[in-house]
Design a protein around this ligand. Sequence first.
Ligand SMILES: Cc1ncc(C[n+]2csc(CCOP(=O)(O)OP(=O)(O)O)c2C)c(N)n1
Ligand SMILES: [Mg+2]
Length: 355
Amino acid sequence: MIDEELVQLLTPEGERVAHPHYASGLSDEQILSMYRDMVIVRRLCNEATSLQRQGQLALWAPLQGQEGAQIGAGRAMAPMDFSFPTYREHGVAWCRGVPPENLLRLFRAVSNGGWDPQKYRHHVPTIVLGNQVLNAVGYAMGIQRDGAEEAVLAFFGDGASSQGDVLESFVWASSFNTPVVFFCQNNQFGISTPSSIQSKVPLFRRARGFGFPGVRVDGNDLLACYEVTRTALDLARSGGGPTLIEAYTYRMGAHTTSDDPTRYRVDAEVEVWKLRDPVERIKALLVRECRTKPAVFAAVDAEAEAFSLKLRDDVLAMGRPDPRSMFDHAYAQAHPLIDEGRREMAELGIGGVAH
Ligand SMILES: Cc1ncc(C[n+]2csc(CCOP(=O)(O)OP(=O)(O)O)c2C)c(N)n1
Ligand SMILES: [Mg+2]
């Protein structure tokens, strides 16, 4: 049965579905290029998980299962748009051109961020749930006043949707008609808490109460995520105000490498979602419709393998920063509390030599 409230352009078997408001205009080349993105990002995620298990990263937050939502949304952005991620948007960072080794710096605890947000138009990850959504709306209000023709994409999860920061953001965005798109990946869990507990109504319907449109999209359908996000960003850029997108998906892996999901969910549920794998869905489309040859898929796999080996080398070669450098970018200008912190560390004899 077709769920009329769920925007879908591809079935889990990779067959096209017609939708009254959305149609995919992507060429075969674009679809293949996004398939490559998904394969590389999944490989990146596996490598990062292995690195964490080997003691080379402090923590990792896997994205398996959410590649369609993230590559679809990330690729829908225009170059000058700006995104605000959580700790799980590795696919979006990839789309924005953030060097993958920089993405891992935070997780190796050798950086407080990892990159210059303005350079990639992609903010550094925010771990405090929902905070980046307020930042995104504030930023959107700023560019609105500058008269810029750009839009802002704010990422958050189903769990974060219950945070006051997110709901306050909705009020501000609605009142000031800001050029922001709220992209909520409902991956069914906030750590172990099922998303059904976060809201009595489907999350996308909350938008109506705030006075802007809400759309639920199949988060495992790359084509639908791309089209829905592109449409919402176009609307925001042309003065149409905010949209809430709920990408309905599933977190295939653990919450982070510190989590054991077998404690709170059954394997049978994971098996059902495996059949909706976003990467396999696009592969099926490429085989059926675009007649993509096995050699092309083999080349993508080989590229992902070489990519992950280089990533591993880059991570192992990272130096350890002087601990005192954490004070350098806390504020743009000198601040007495920062000076005091620096002095205290010097008195304790911490820092000075980079190992
Ligand atoms: C303000 C705040 N409260 C609690 C936490 C601890 N915490 C980290 S991730 C998480 C679950 C978030 O779930 P969701 O928003 O659905 O995002 P997901 O991890 O599923 O991508 C919690 C409770 C936090 N980081 N910040
Ligand atoms: Mg979640």
